[in-house]
Design a protein around this ligand. Structure first.
Ligand SMILES: [Ca+2]
Ligand SMILES: [Ca+2]
Ligand SMILES: [Ca+2]
Ligand SMILES: [Ca+2]
Length: 267
């Protein structure tokens, strides 16, 4: 439980790791700083007219190159509106935006990918289109960058985002330079998997005890001095076990993430 609380406190909206990358022709810029230069928040000093630069901030994928980002302490979830933002060093030149684009795909398991629909004429659905403003990266109203809404794909959550340089498929300024990916809507994604499943044991008991648990697993019994006193296999159904070998007094039962204390009477 303490580990769980620490994990929640330390979770952040940024991408946490990059399990794979494949560079294309023209890549090289930022490779010596990979993956740190594409994890964490976008470059805080970036503005539309003075966008991010520096290999410590950006990674160039190269023509048709791609990179996968993984969220480990959080997942991106679908809530109303945009759910995550991709930041590139798009520049406002005064007469328009200098844009270098990438396709955006998402995945729950890192194996099966779904691509956001895109339009080569309008650049809609691509990353590398809108400049970074320098505002709160998790607030699409002020952050700039390119927003994506999982609802379009019918996904409730994703853990992986893949960016692929558009190569010749889109007429743009050149090679996509990734700065960061920030979750707008996110959760730690672990509440449900670790919420204790109810466990109950008859108490007090003497020669036998009954266990009610919805979960299967190994039920362990500890005496008050911490010594293990017994172990039983549960299959999700109520079960009755012999208690004659257990010491009398307060006993502590543990099943997966659940625990229960019961008293064995002297018999
Ligand atoms: Ca994170
Ligand atoms: Ca959404
Ligand atoms: Ca660029
Ligand atoms: Ca960066």
């Amino acid at each position: 439980m303490i580990a769980l609380m620490l994990l929640c406190m330390m979770a952040d909206p940024w991408a946490d790791g990059s399990p794979s990358v494949e560079y294309g022709p023209g890549a090289g810029y930022g490779q010596s700083y990979y993956p740190e230069n594409i994890l964490g928040p976008p470059d805080p000093s970036a503005t539309p007219t003075a966008p991010s630069f520096g290999e410590n901030n950006l990674l160039t994928l190269g023509t048709d190159g791609w990179v996968v980002l993984e969220f480990t302490d959080n997942i991106i979830i679908d809530e109303p509106g945009a759910d995550f933002t991709v930041f590139e060093n798009v520049m406002d030149t005064g007469s328009g935006y200098f844009q270098e684009c990438a396709f955006v795909e998402v995945s729950q398991d890192g194996q099966y990918w779904i691509q956001f629909p895109w339009n080569a004429a309008t650049l809609e659905g691509l990353a590398g289109v809108m400049p970074t403003t320098g505002g709160d990266p998790t607030n699409p109203a002020v952050s700039g960058g390119d927003q994506f809404d999982l609802e379009i794909l019918g996904l409730e959550w994703v853990r992986f985002v893949k960016l692929t340089d558009c190569g010749d498929a889109v007429v743009d300024g050149g090679l996509f330079d990734l700065d960061a990916v920030a979750a707008v809507n996110w959760s730690t994604g672990i509440e449900e998997s670790t919420s204790p499943v109810p466990l109950s044991i008859t108490s007090p008991f003497s020669s036998s005890f009954q266990v009610t648990a919805e979960e299967s697993g190994t039920l362990s019994c500890y005496a008050i001095d911490g010594r293990i006193a017994g172990q039983w296999r549960l299959n999700g159904q109520p079960a009755t076990f012999n208690a004659t070998t257990l010491p009398s007094g307060v006993l502590f039962f543990v099943l997966n993430e659940s625990s229960f204390s019961a008293v064995k009477l002297i018999n």
